[in-house]
Design a protein around this ligand. Structure first.
Ligand code: SF4
Ligand code: SF4
Length: 154
């Protein structure tokens, strides 16, 4: 069992200090969540309540439902109690990264951002469209710029 013990990790601190522990299980965050609409095992209310109880079984994992969140923040905007399930999900993702438990596809995206500064290839179509929109040339040093912003460790 993965237990989030008091005071031993940033997630517990986020829940205790940064988020009001007042979820009354109304389900509004679930009803308006785009990820929950298309996935039977994704439920922001359930994730928030499990973390509030200090139990993260199955949440710190490559197959965890937390990776299905789009981080659209709808749950935070709609919650009548001011709870922010998305903040808990982001904290869980950060914990996964710290422990090296990350789905392969997410890891690939992370590496692409850190090393190249972009996640998709710059095709001729994209470059032409940028020129048409008057956007600046894409720097070949995007990776270096990203590193200077987020640090060498990514
Ligand atoms: S909308 Fe807020 S109060 Fe309602 S279930 Fe979700 S987190 Fe709990
Ligand atoms: S931020 Fe994540 S959990 Fe919240 S509504 Fe959007 S997809 Fe759902």
């Amino acid at each position: 069992m993965y237990v989030l013990r008091h005071g031993q990790n940033p997630l517990y601190q986020a829940v205790r200090l940064g988020l009001p522990n007042l979820c009354y299980t109304c389900g509004i965050c679930v009803g308006d969540c785009p990820a929950a609409r298309f996935s039977d095992d994704f439920n922001p209310r359930q994730i928030f309540l499990r973390v509030s109880l200090g139990i993260a079984d199955g949440l710190i994992a490559e197959q965890s439902p937390i990776w299905k969140c789009t981080t659209c923040y709808t749950c935070a905007e709609r919650c009548p109690a001011g709870v922010k399930p998305v903040e808990v999900i982001i904290a869980l993702r950060n914990m996964c990264f710290q422990e090296g438990i990350v789905p392969h596809q997410v890891s690939k995206i992370h590496q692409a951002v850190v090393t190249k500064g972009i996640v998709s290839a710059l095709t001729e179509t994209i470059l032409r469209r940028r020129r048409e929109l008057g956007l600046p040339e894409v720097s070949e040093d995007l990776g270096a710029i990203v590193k200077s912003v987020i640090g060498e460790d990514g």
